[in-house]
Ligand binder design. Structure first.
Ligand code: AVI
Length: 315
């Protein structure tokens, strides 16, 4: 058996108080990490296949095109460590190209997905030692003991764009400190582009992104004893050019009062819950940020339209 399971940390420790705090603020907001319950993760998988949602497709194209250069950068006797591995779809490209990879560590908050895909990978790649770590990687977690010379962190999907600026800096600093000389990080970063392309990507025709956003309320109804009526809220997403981010909100369609646990929250018509930011960068902006966090940019790979970028950063 070449797959090992580890409990990295206990998740969902205090969703109730965190959510309640967010709903009591004058500008209501909720951390985007709560979008990913089982249903939310499934809806996100659907989003990644939509024609309007270019990031996943474009990143896969870059991975496929440059996987051998990436494998060279990773070197031999390495452990590839993926933060937020989900269904581990993208990493397959790399695992195929990294012939001398020793270990693969998949870290994800969604246990079901994680264990299933780790098992499948361990069968497909019998020469690689697979570790599945169930953890919220934005919090402190335990890493399994590794037996490789070098560590390569893999953080695709531009998930870095969903962090607030201070969280992003803290996360990148922590990651650069976790690495030692010769190690690296391969990270996917979505780029600034025409607003129409961005707006379409977060307002797809099939309205899957809307379902994904509204699913948050279903989750709170189920897990936090809330009574949100989904038909009284609507999905709103737009590119905020000044802030360089796509914002996702749930708009209250009327004056209303909802219950969550023992508390009541009032909404005015038109008031929103800010549910996600998705920051976009220029290549230079991202390289400057990485440098401030202890990294040197070694390589950048892009698609032909320069819609998406993958950076190989070293410490
Ligand atoms: C996971 N993350 C990078 C996605 C994004 O594009 O920011 C989440 C998402 N939100 C709406 N559509 C996709």
């Amino acid at each position: 058996q070449n797959v090992h399971y580890h409990l990295g940390n206990e998740t969902e420790t205090d969703m109730y108080s965190e959510v309640l705090n967010g709903l009591k603020k004058s500008s209501k907001s909720i951390s985007p990490k709560y979008l990913y319950d089982k249903r939310g993760s499934e809806l996100f998988e659907e989003i990644t296949m939509l024609p309007e949602y270019y990031p996943t497709r474009t990143e896969l194209h870059i991975l496929n095109k440059y996987k051998h250069e990436m494998a060279d950068a990773a070197g031999s006797d390495s452990a590839l460590i993926e933060f937020g591995s989900g269904s581990s779809e993208k990493v397959r490209t790399l695992l195929g190209a990294m012939r001398e990879l020793n270990e693969y560590v998949a870290i994800d908050i969604s246990k079901d997905f994680l264990y299933q895909s780790a098992k499948a990978l361990s069968i497909e790649y019998p020469n690689i030692q697979v570790h599945a770590v169930s953890a919220d990687y934005t919090e402190k977690f335990n890493m399994p003991e590794l037996n490789s010379e070098r560590k390569i962190v893999f953080f695709p999907g531009s998930t870095i764009g969903n962090f607030e600026r201070d969280e992003m800096m803290a996360f990148l600093k922590k990651t650069s400190q976790f690495l030692t000389k010769g190690d690296g990080m391969l990270i996917g970063v979505d780029l600034k582009k025409d607003a129409a392309v961005l707006n379409a990507a977060y307002n797809d025709n099939k309205r899957i992104t809307s379902k994904f956003n509204l699913n948050l309320l279903n989750r709170f109804n189920r897990e936090l004893l809330a009574d949100f009526k989904l038909e009284h809220f609507s999905h709103h997403a737009f590119y905020n050019k000044d802030k360089g981010r796509v914002e996702m909100h749930l708009v209250s369609l009327k004056n209303q009062r909802i219950t969550i646990g023992n508390e009541k929250i009032t909404f005015n018509e038109g008031e929103t819950i800010h549910t996600e930011n998705s920051y976009k960068f220029t290549i230079k902006e991202f390289q400057d940020i990485a440098r401030k966090c202890g990294f040197t940019s070694r390589n950048v790979w892009c698609d032909e339209k320069e819609w998406f970028s993958m950076h190989y950063l070293v410490v």
